[in-house]
Design a protein. Structure first.
Length: 280
């Protein structure tokens, strides 16, 4: 049995200057730059925790009334081996001049399009910087991608859709996730014997290692204007089969995902998702 991964829940700030650069910090004794922020203390709200962390790390305040929730995301932790970071991201403006305080060794303002960035935490590299490069489209309908186990095909399709239209527009689920032999909530990084799938995605700036599997429910179908299913019989529940809005794709569910298969499936999936976006 694989060990249970530690989940570190944090609140993090996305601070930008008038040149479009974002503020990153590096902790003492570490290499990766990341967003300022940290764990909530008991009873703290997100903004209370963020205000305290910014004061402790940067020696300045934030304008709480202007802070804007950008969404929640998950990534492998940069400094705690094997742990998952679950972050609530907030766009925030600081009051005062940031300086390295407490455990912070270095500050850096980074252009999101810098071709030669320093070492970055996965949260920053795969979630924050892509949001800054491609602001979320307010016109993109939310989409739900479905496959059997929510391991591979639906996760890949959702990541590609987000990349094309804006982060936060797509989710995924599995018709079989939650079965006795496939518990819901498994972390993708623990499900594949090789990293080929993740490496194929990350070469394209797409990050799914820390995503978790979840089971499709009838209620989910009401929440998404766009629904795409790749689930095959006998793993298609009656409520999904009866939904007239479902777009059905035939996409192989490979038994083994090596480097060649990951590239092959990505090429086909990217074409399908791109065609879908063009028709919306």
């Amino acid at each position: 049995m694989k060990p249970v991964r530690q989940v570190i829940k944090i609140v993090a700030a996305v601070v930008s200057n008038d040149r479009g650069q974002t503020l990153l910090v590096r902790k003492r004794g570490t290499q990766a730059f990341m967003q300022p922020g940290g764990k909530r203390e008991p009873g703290e709200s997100d903004l209370e925790a963020l205000t305290r962390e910014i004061a402790e790390e940067l020696g300045c305040g934030i304008l709480s009334s202007e802070a804007r929730h950008l969404g929640d995301c998950r990534a492998l932790a940069a400094n705690e081996a094997g742990a998952i970071v679950e972050a609530s991201l907030y766009a925030a403006s600081v009051r005062g001049e940031p300086t390295a305080q407490a455990e912070i060794a270095e500050l850096r303002w980074l252009d999101p399009d810098d071709p030669n960035p320093p070492p970055l935490a996965p949260l920053t590299q795969f979630h924050v910087l892509p949001r800054l490069r491609r602001p979320k489209s307010c016109l993109a309908p939310r989409a739900l991608f479905i496959c059997k186990g929510n391991w591979f095909r639906s996760q890949m399709a959702a990541a590609i859709y987000d990349d094309l239209v804006g982060h936060g527009a797509a989710d995924s689920a599995g018709t079989y996730a939650g079965a006795p032999d496939e518990p819901e909530g498994q972390i993708l990084a623990d499900l594949f014997p090789t990293p080929d799938f993740f490496e194929a995605m990350e070469r394209r700036g797409l990050y799914v290692r820390a995503n978790v599997t979840r089971r499709l429910t009838p209620k989910m179908l009401d929440a998404y204007p766009v629904i795409v299913s790749m689930a095959e019989e006998p793993f298609v529940p009656d409520f999904l089969r009866a939904c007239p809005r479902v777009i059905w794709w035939e996409m192989e569910n490979p038994k083994v995902v090596d480097a060649a298969k990951a590239e092959e499936v990505h090429a086909r999936m990217h074409g399908l998702v791109r065609s879908l976006v063009s028709e919306l």
